[in-house]
Design a protein around this ligand. Structure first.
Ligand SMILES: [Zn+2]
Length: 467
């Protein structure tokens, strides 16, 4: 047969793609490509990346805009339609609940299948399993039995069995919140690491203690790094910013050292000086001021926006609910964000318009405040930390993640298109329920979820599982 390869350029030029993002600045953190290109999307995948304009049924003029992989948030507690809207408007195409995780897992995935604006997934949660087995009365986080009491051998067996069932159902690892389950012994936790190693799934951990207190950041890192070394489990340490505070440089040195010695340890940060959690949780047991580096007036009661006093602290702690804690410095936040091993993850959750602004503004804030205004890190590094690095954290066990976090032919068309001169967060501590600005187009699997800066009514989000 005659070779028809000479026809190929003409055939490609004549092809009409479903969607074309025309003449944008394509930034791909994997290949390092940073150049004006047109991106042709066919179905759910990226079909062509061309230096010349392409033909599409839908053509978007992306001149002057950055075309980047859609952001992957490893730490997204908000897993509701309300939260997915804030995420999409902040450039996020995949939001995963990996720190606290969920239990039972199969039901959680089933509740979202076919209905989600963006991709979703979760780890198998040790906290939730412990609360169910030990009959804790808390909401989302423990407040009595799972917080205060050691698990009996039978309970430990049941907790492990529940966590393992979640792994069997496709959970993306195991979520651990040691600060919320201080009564979980070191042996109980080590056994969870052995379980993660057996299933080859990562552990996502909120450390046992934080800050400069004793025990604090050093003992906490020593515990999980030792468990990772002994078990062989992969380890991801969440929000190093709020755990390490003034000792951020020292904490990052320990993680870098563990990596240099061959351990698979990663970490993340969010771009805010304030943290947030529930007031009734173990984080506010006596001694919290030293651990959190904060006092009563540093606490903001989310429901009303008021700062707390010793009196209102006691009253609201009995009632239970989220607080924002002002406890870090800009200098430490910048240090964490700029470090090459630190990924961006939001830790966000907005409930009926209330919460911490990180739930809505994390990614635009990194791009607008820390890249453009303060030049704390480069635009390509910020994109890498928000897309490629989270995909790589999960790709050993999830084939889906091997096709995300890149702008590459054949990969999923999960893409965000933003104006680098205007992108900025609008969410504030006083009014967190505000969409970020500057994301002009966001696509999930080739479907627009944001178009011309406006949210679309669509449900292309897929379940991300270990598979
Ligand atoms: Zn946490």
């Amino acid at each position: 047969m005659r070779c028809l390869l000479w026809l190929l350029p003409a055939v490609l030029a004549a092809q009409t793609y479903d969607v074309v993002l025309q003449n944008g600045r394509v930034m791909d953190p994997e290949s390092g490509l940073d150049a004006v290109r047109s991106v042709g999307i066919q179905g759910k995948r990226i079909a062509r990346i061309s230096a010349r304009p392409l033909q599409g049924k839908i053509e978007v003029d992306a001149k002057g805009l950055v075309i980047a992989p859609g952001f992957i948030d490893l730490h997204s507690h908000g897993q509701t339609p309300e939260n997915y809207r804030y995420k999409a408007m902040d450039g996020v195409t995949t939001a995963l609940e990996l720190e606290v995780g969920v239990s039972p897992v199969a039901e959680w995935y089933a509740a979202r299948g076919g209905k989600a604006l963006i991709n979703f997934g979760a780890s198998s949660g040790h906290i939730a399993a412990r609360m169910a087995v030990m009959k804790d009365t808390g909401n989302f986080l423990p407040r009595d039995a799972a917080m205060n009491r050691r698990a009996t051998p039978e309970e430990q067996k049941a907790i492990t069995a529940a966590v393992e069932k979640g792994l069997d159902e496709g959970a993306l690892g195991i979520g651990l919140g040691l600060a919320y389950t201080p009564s979980a012994t070191h042996e109980e936790i080590l056994n969870i690491f052995y379980l993660a190693a057996k299933w080859k799934r990562p552990i996502f951990v909120h450390l046992r203690d934080s800050g400069v207190s004793t025990p604090g950041i050093f003992e906490s890192l020593q515990e999980v790094i030792a468990d990772a070394a002994a078990s062989g489990a992969s380890l991801h340490i969440v929000h190093i910013n709020s755990m390490a505070q003034k000792k951020t440089a020292e904490a990052l040195r320990m993680i870098e050292g563990a990596r240099a010695r061959g351990l698979d340890v990663t970490t993340e940060a969010y771009p805010y000086i304030a943290a947030s959690t529930r007031l009734e949780s173990a984080v506010f047991e006596p001694g919290w001021q030293e651990k959190q580096g904060a006092t009563y007036s540093d606490l903001l009661w989310v429901a009303t926006g008021e700062r707390l006093t010793p009196e209102s602290f006691e009253r609201y702690r009995k009632q239970g609910g989220p607080v924002v804690i002002f406890m870090n410095t800009e200098e430490m936040v910048r240090l964490a964000l700029a470090n090459p091993i630190v990924m961006i993850a939001s830790d966000g959750q907005i409930t009926n318009g209330k919460g911490h602004p990180r739930g809505a503004g994390t990614y635009a804030r990194v791009l607008g405040k820390y890249v453009r205004e303060e030049k704390a890190l480069s635009l390509m590094d910020a994109i890498r930390k928000s897309s490629l690095m989270p995909a790589q954290r999960l790709e050993a066990m999830s084939s889906q993640m091997r096709r995300k976090g890149r702008i590459k032919v054949g990969d999923d068309a999960d893409i965000c298109v933003f104006d680098p001169d205007r992108v900025i967060d609008k969410a504030t501590y006083e009014n967190p329920a505000q969409y970020s600005e500057g994301f002009r187009y966001v696509l999930v699997g080739g479907t627009f979820v944001v178009r011309d800066g406006k949210l679309q009514d669509a449900a292309p989000g897929e379940a991300i599982r270990a598979q």
